[in-house]
Unconditional design. Structure first.
Length: 116
């Protein structure tokens, strides 16, 4: 199964709840919940100490708005990048959220996540 074969609507139906979970756990500073849907390779690459530091010291990481706007989907190989317009509840402006999804062991997993 390859996620790139799904329609945009199918991909967004998968991506929205995963992004919502990331926002919620980031705002709460709960790294274990934040990483729960990571692929095994992404989980290994994430440095828990650095992530914990970011949760503790980043106003943006602790004030993400639950309101998001999907901006597009990029398909590449066996992964899709879903782009979101992300806002903060405390900081003015907008950020670009990127969620990379693919399949691992028959389940949709997060292979990358970032906010620019």
């Amino acid at each position: 199964m390859n996620i790139v074969d799904k329609t945009d609507d199918e991909i967004l139906a998968l991506a929205r709840p995963l992004w919502r979970d990331l926002v919620k756990s980031s705002n709460e500073g709960k790294y274990g919940d934040f990483a729960r849907n990571f692929s095994s390779s992404f989980a290994r690459a994430m440095d828990q100490v650095a992530a914990g530091h970011q949760f503790a010291n980043s106003e943006l990481a602790r004030s993400l708005s639950e309101e998001i706007d999907p901006m597009g989907i990029i398909r590449r190989g066996e992964h899709v990048s879903v782009l979101f317009r992300q806002r903060s509840t405390r900081k003015p402006g907008e950020w670009l959220g990127r969620l990379v999804l693919g399949y691992e062991d028959g389940q949709v997993r997060i292979f990358g996540a970032s906010i620019f």
